[in-house]
Design a binder for this molecule. Structure first.
Ligand code: HEC
Length: 311
């Protein structure tokens, strides 16, 4: 093993100049074409700039602001009051268009509700069941083992009702959407264990509607779409601004603003996508302590075992 590594290195050094020379040989003509192309490209983009077209834009046009979440970091935990508010926002606003088909009513006990409260909550929904003895589907009030019903029977119907874009199911959206953070931020993210890109994105999206589009974009917007510089796949999306100030009543006196609603519903979505996040972090911390103690033990044992051997 000790000899293998230098041998490999030496082989690498010996072959490197060879492949470099080959590359240079082959590159003569290619290099020319490349620089010609680049010059042509510059001309084209200069022309485009004169005509008022920008180069291909990268979405999102703006990056989400990084917020402080109670569930961030190695000691992250849920803010149960916040999750309850988020559930209220989802139920009263978002559920008109978005389903959450992977979350069952019984899961809501994790938000600090009693069994009776969950039963009452589920009963407020109507779910389809069946077929019954006559082969008919029928509707009945929800029970805790039911899942949140989707507002549309299928994606096609959902798209038809929303100008051609189906509202995605929100069960996993907090994990399904994340804006790339680029260099060097993503390097630091490894150290800080940043995992909140999803909720940061949802909050930015919901609060990002009040911006004026630049002239060039305003002219090219499709009818029935709404400009939002935080939308991850274009300048505008088919979701109208879903929520306004004072739209949902908060019994606990928290501010009834779009900003607060967005934080709460984004936190709720993170819980929906990863309900065991807090347990995962708590377990991880205990495991780290165990590993440190275990490493110490191993070291002590190793010294003991080899104590009598001359070396
Ligand atoms: C009037 C119906 C409607 C309501 C109410 C609504 N949405 Fe949407 N939502 C949509 C549609 C339609 C899309 C798909 C937009 C697109 O792809 O252009 C969407 C997309 C989204 C997306 C995904 C964006 C992406 O990156 O693809 C998120 C997240 C979202 N909505 C969150 C919410 C939240 C949170 C609420 C409640 C505060 C809400 N929506 C209320 C219709 C709605």
């Amino acid at each position: 093993m000790r000899k293998l590594l230098p041998a490999l290195l030496a082989a690498g050094l010996a072959f490197a100049p060879l492949s470099f020379a080959q590359a240079q040989d082959g590159q003569g003509p290619t290099e020319n074409t490349a620089s010609e192309e680049a010059a042509a490209g510059q001309d084209a983009s200069a022309e485009a700039a004169e005509e008022g077209h920008a180069e291909t834009p990268h979405y999102p046009l703006r990056h989400p602001e990084q917020l402080n979440w109670s569930f961030a970091g190695p000691f992250g935990h849920w803010d149960v009051a916040q999750l309850q508010r988020g559930l209220k926002v989802y139920k009263e606003v978002c559920s008109a268009c978005h389903g959450m088909r992977l979350v069952a009513f019984r899961n809501l006990e994790a938000l600090g509700y009693s069994e009776a409260q969950v039963k009452a909550f589920a009963a407020e929904y109507t779910v389809q069941d069946g077929p019954n003895g006559d082969g008919e589907m029928f509707e009945r009030p929800g029970i805790p083992s039911d899942y949140f019903p989707s507002p549309f029977p299928n994606t096609a119907a959902a798209a038809a009702a929303n100008g051609g874009a189906a509202p995605p199911d929100l069960s996993l959206i907090a994990k399904a959407r994340a804006v790339e953070r680029g260099f060097p931020t993503f390097v630091f993210d490894l150290g800080t264990q940043y995992q909140e890109a999803g909720p940061d994105y949802i909050h930015a999206l919901l609060t990002g509607y009040d911006q004026e589009p630049p002239q060039a974009i305003a002219e090219s917007l499709q009818p029935g779409t709404y400009y939002n510089p935080y939308f991850i796949s274009g300048p505008a999306l088919a979701m109208p601004p879903p929520i306004g100030d004072d739209q949902v009543e908060y019994p606990d006196g928290s501010p009834q603003t779009v900003d607060q609603y967005s934080r709460d519903v984004a936190a709720f979505m993170m819980w929906a996508a990863e309900p065991h996040l807090a347990e995962r972090k708590a377990t991880g911390f205990v495991v780290m302590i165990f590993l440190v103690v275990f490493a110490g033990l191993l070291f002590a044992v190793k010294r003991r075992v080899w104590a009598g051997t001359a070396h």
